[in-house]
Design a binder for this molecule. Structure first.
Ligand code: PLP
Length: 396
């Protein structure tokens, strides 16, 4: 056997998102791209801000000497400084460029954080449903994922989190706004979480870190103000990227920020920089670091996503689907109308609608719709969703 058993076993359970994306490709070949309604993958459809394209052109026309060379593994000082200023203002904490490491997207950032934090067998608590790649990022770096159920409305279940914390717990990974549910965790629940982590850290004589995956941090609706994780727990590490807020997922640019209040912050940052180097990222893409530095307060036109959420959510609810209304990200996570989420997703495929079964996020019985697509695709798919809803209503 050419490949490791570990990878072989993982490949068997290949990503449901990717699998559905591939089914989509087959359908598109048969029916034509315009007749397939693909809500399988969260690939932002909005273009990056015009100012980014302008800066790109200016840089190409007026190149800076040495701009393609190696750099320190934590990234350009000017970029880290711009981000530190932004986070300092947002959190009221004394962030400097020394608390930041530029990374290859949030995915690269999470791997770097777990490489720096985890010893073999350390546990990372993750509320479920969850973004399945987390499992691999933790496993890559010697840790073990410990899933905890959320409440029916997908809010944090603090009693379950408390039960899961033990002597092996090194961190809790919280993703808000959440993929796949779109839920934004409340101020109240984070305050309780912070108090719980402090109490349990004391009880076990070991710091428990809060790792916040904020990949969707700027994609929030209903004038919701995203709570700043740094304010709830001193030992907090933010991982985020510009994949969604500036629509740059292919450019692989993100960062990790370590709270100035974090235990041994300097040592932790040194470990992150080392991990960035030896995991083979070396440094985040140079060109992108320059381009995103002045755009820390910018984002794509989030209202367009909000309008799509409203259109989709209101229509599906009127057809009889049960959905927790998302306050961020660009996903809906409705209950399937039959117990078997895979069979349900296949039913939708008969209407050329592609979604992902909830089992792909640790939550069978649900399915995920990624709606970062053209509005006309959503409008065209709605009759299919209605026909399936009507079919199951008449059978009940
Ligand atoms: C919750 C979550 N975290 C991390 C990522 C990875 O983002 P990036 O493209 O910045 O690596 C994604 C991508 O979809 C995501 O949904």
């Amino acid at each position: 056997m050419a490949i490791s058993r570990r990878v072989k076993n993982t490949l068997k359970g290949a990503s449901w998102v990717r699998r559905m994306f591939e089914v989509g490709d087959e359908l598109k070949q048969v029916y034509g791209e315009e007749n397939v309604y693909d809500f399988s993958i969260g690939n932002p459809d909005l273009e990056p801000p015009a100012s980014l394209k302008k800066a790109l052109r200016e840089l190409a026309e007026n190149p800076i000497a040495g701009m393609h060379r190696y750099m320190p593994n934590n990234g350009y000082s000017e970029t880290r400084r711009a981000i530190a200023e932004y986070i300092k203002e947002e959190s009221g904490l004394p962030f400097t460029e020394n608390h930041l490491v530029m990374t290859v997207g949030a995915a690269g950032g999470l791997n770097v954080v777990f490489k720096a934090l985890l010893d073999e067998g350390d546990e990372v608590i993750v509320p479920s449903p969850y973004f399945m790649e987390f499992k691999f990022y933790i496993d890559n770096n010697g840790g073990e994922i410990r899933l905890v159920e959320t409440n029916d409305d997908f809010s944090l279940n603090l009693a379950e989190i408390e039960k899961a914390i033990g002597a092996k717990t090194k961190a809790i990974l919280i993703n808000s706004p959440n993929n796949p549910t779109g839920v934004v965790y409340s101020h109240d629940s984070l305050e309780k979480l912070g108090a719980l982590l402090e109490r349990k850290s004391r009880e076990f004589g070991r710091t428990i870190y809060l790792v916040s995956d904020e990949a969707y941090r700027r994609i929030v609706y209903d004038r919701v103000k995203l709570p700043i994780f740094f304010q709830y727990h001193p030992h907090t590490i933010r991982v985020t990227s510009h994949s969604k807020d500036l629509s740059l997922p292919g450019e692989r640019i993100g960062y990790v920020a370590v709270s100035p209040l974090c235990e041994d912050a300097d040592e932790l940052v040194s470990a992150l920089v080392f991990a960035n180097r030896i995991l083979g990222f070396v440094n985040a893409p140079a060109l992108m670091q320059r381009l995103v530095a002045p755009l820390q307060r910018n984002s794509v036109h989030v209202q367009e996503y909000e309008e799509k959420r409203d259109l989709f959510y209101n229509a599906l609810v009127s057809f009889g689907y049960h959905i927790v209304k998302p306050q961020g990200a660009f996903y809906l996570f409705p209950k399937a109308l039959i117990d078997d989420d895979l069979a349900f997703v296949q039913e939708l495929q008969s209407k050329r609608i592609l979604t992902v079964p909830g089992r792909g996020f640790g939550k069978p019985g649900y399915f995920r719709i990624a709606y970062a697509v053209e509005r006309k695709k959503i409008e065209a798919a709605l009759p299919g969703f209605k026909e399936i809803a009507d079919k199951y209503r008449s059978q009940r």
